[in-house]
Design a protein around this ligand. Structure first.
Ligand code: SF4
Length: 387
């Protein structure tokens, strides 16, 4: 049986962070209750799609899933267990913010079968947290982290951001050191990107924030490399580091062409040669009648977008995502999927980037070097095949 991943989107947050352009917002209990019930009907009534698949991972993301009443998370887990076939080692992650991950919620998550936590810390410096518009302190994180360990969670990811306004390499070093001292098994480190439509975009235009210099950003990347190496967290993707056996199975699936079904507002699915984008407007999503999905003559109307993936799209996506992993692309796997020779199709690019030491080959895998990962965007755009 083929494997399939599930993604569940909970779009609510207590307050919007200054850098965030995700589909997430603050709302009241009534809206949350209606949304969660709609989400449950979607999970139940699309289950038939997965009848020939076994679920290898589930990711409950947001927004802030830890914000909603713990009973909804139990309901989601019960529904998935009732209607889907789960792998006996299924990885189940929930995202949470330090101030809403209470001990009671953590116990419920653990008892419902969730076995991985992803905590959005972002910085261990309270001043930097304020600048980001976060509503927790480092101490809140420590309380949540220690409770999670106490409850029994062994697989915990911590999210960090670097490049925060006014952040220095030294303050970043302090943050990552403090986190690694906790013996975390997995770390995600993202460079801050100033996205359109965010408060940071306006603040930057009005000179109200100052971003670290490019040279300082490079120093922060060096610090990440040095300290994760020291603590034996392997970089297995551009922004992700894990101890052996703690790499995120769900994300590795995304980067390795594993199909997935997304549930909830604005979630995406990649399933049987099509990409689907769920409704992005809350009212549109709430108006859907998932009870009728199975028998609908127009299932496409349940989505904002449905795109057929032809072979060129598929190859481009495979390259784009595969090269994010430090293990890169396996030529036998490429051959099996596309019945084409990777070294023949990309011969000119391979030669060029190997000569610049940005692309390496080991056994049957091509992968970007450390330097190549830092400039991956321009390399990947060269590998794209146009139609
Ligand atoms: S908690 Fe996460 S999803 Fe919510 S506003 Fe902040 S960054 Fe965005």
């Amino acid at each position: 049986m083929s494997i399939l991943e599930l993604y569940i989107h909970i779009p609510f947050c207590e307050k919007k962070c200054n850098y965030c352009d995700f589909v997430s917002f603050h709302t009241n209990y009534e809206v949350i209750d209606k949304y969660m019930n709609k989400l449950l009907t979607e999970i139940e009534h699309k289950a038939y799609l997965a009848k020939n698949y076994i679920i290898s991972s589930i990711y409950i993301g947001g927004g802030t899933p830890s914000l909603v009443d713990k009973k909804y998370i139990s309901f989601i887990m019960d529904s998935i267990k009732n209607y889907y076939k789960l792998d006996e080692n299924v990885e189940v992650t929930i995202e949470g913010n330090p101030n809403s991950l209470t001990n009671e919620k953590l116990i419920t998550y653990y008892e419902s079968g969730i076995n991985r936590l992803s905590i959005g810390l972002q910085s261990a410096n309270d001043e930097e947290l304020k600048v980001l518009g976060r509503i927790h302190t480092y101490n809140d994180f420590l309380t949540a982290y220690n409770s999670a360990i106490h409850v029994g969670f062994k697989n915990i990811n911590v999210d960090l951001i670097n490049g925060i306004p006014n952040q220095t390499p030294n303050s970043y070093k302090k943050t990552i050191r403090q986190v690694l001292m906790l013996n975390v098994k997995h770390l995600s480190v993202y460079n801050l990107i100033i996205e359109n439509g965010t408060p940071f975009k306006t603040m930057l235009a009005e000179n109200k924030i100052t971003l670290p210099l490019e040279s300082d950003m490079l120093k922060m990347d060096e610090i990440t490399k040095e300290l994760t190496d020291y603590h034996r967290l392997n970089r297995y993707e551009i922004s992700n580091y894990g101890k052996v056996g703690f790499e995120c199975r769900h994300n590795l699936g995304y980067w390795s062409d594993v199909p997935y079904l997304g549930f909830g507002l604005n979630s995406s699915s990649y399933f049987e040669k099509k990409r689907y984008k769920n409704k992005v407007k809350l009212q549109d999503y709430m108006n859907l009648n998932f009870e009728k999905y199975l028998y609908s003559d127009n299932q496409e109307s349940y989505y904002d977008e449905v795109k057929i993936i032809d072979e060129i799209d598929h190859m481009n996506e495979y390259i784009m995502l595969g090269f994010r992993k430090t293990s890169g692309i396996n030529i036998d796997d490429f051959k099996e999927r596309f019945n084409k020779d990777f070294e023949e199709i990309y011969a000119a690019n391979i030669k060029y980037y190997q000569s610049l030491l940005l692309l390496c080959k080991k056994d049957k895998n091509y992968f970007l070097s450390e330097k190549g990962l830092d400039v991956s965007n321009s390399i990947l755009s060269d590998f794209m095949i146009s139609k």
